[in-house]
Design a binder for this molecule. Sequence first.
Ligand code: AMP
Length: 360
Amino acid sequence: MGIVGAGQLGRMLALAAYPLGIHSLFLDRSADAPGAQVAPIIVGDLEDPRKLQELARRCDVVTFDWENISGNALAPLEDIASLRPSRAALTVSQDRISEKALFERLRIPVTPHAPVDSKAQLRRAVRELGAPGILKTRRLGYDGKGQFPLSGAQSVDAAWQRLGGVGLIYEKFQDFSREISIIGARSAAGKIVVYPLSCNTHGNGVLRYGIAPFANARLERTARAYLKRVLDAVNYVGVLAIEFFVVAGRLVANEMAPRVHNSGHWTIEGCATSQFQNHVRAICDLPLGSTRALGHTAMINFLGKMPDRGALLAIEGLSLHDYGKQPRPGRKVGHCTILRKHPGERNQALRRALKLVEWR
Ligand code: AMP
């Protein structure tokens, strides 16, 4: 299995593949990327045609842990190995406008929004859609990067100064009660398995912690139906995640990720088959595994630096994941999952663990 990008997602994919007897090979700029600590790596730019071809030649199937590689760069690779998910699925999620257009075509509610290519368009969007809102880059934004909140018309100049010059989108601010995500895997034959919902808490646009399964039968039914529509519409192979806002009890799609997702890390210990293993199974034409939850979990991201391992590991039911990264402010360096039998025990352990975690 070739993996373009050797971040923590690629690393956890490789770790999930090994027990199945599937070997991984990475392509990444950095020889000491998290994935390179667990599998061999070709060092080079993610879009370098020669390196991509080498990766494809040495693998049967190629996937990615970073969704912003240009579809054109990946095109030649398709003649050599199978690329999963497909370029079509990858490119639709690279642009917030095309992603929202797909959701709308599939009758999945989205945030009121407008494309913005000039300051005049931004002014009009704020006037027509109302404020507060968020100006975002259409491409390459993640974890709250490339975003500027607008409180009203008076913020237009500052927002334009910060982000103007690239394709943008203005979105009406959603007064949500919760953020939830749904994750599922689809095989090439069209079989779909879906994980229980996760309820996610963000800070500064970055996932801080989440709990799963988030038990809400009505929301889960709707989220599953939306996820299936997207998976089938793009003939998807692999794991896909969709993030939603819950607004007045209704799901509003925020974005999707054509890959394993941070809000699904709990599935490593919390489900019969993890999202990582199901991605590997799907792209390698192996039967998909059960997504049954084994108990009640919480997942906490470690941002900036690893917390005290000893103190965390003293908490019953806690599993630690250190991505082997150098500490740096805001960087995702690891996570932990708490798995307990009862939600009360889980919540208590979560509160205890949160006291030990400092997000920097
Ligand atoms: P994104 O990069 O679009 O996932 O945004 C990161 C986070 O910013 C989300 O998880 C929300 O917490 C917040 N956010 C993004 N867009 C909106 C919106 N339209 N209304 C309210 N909060 C938002």
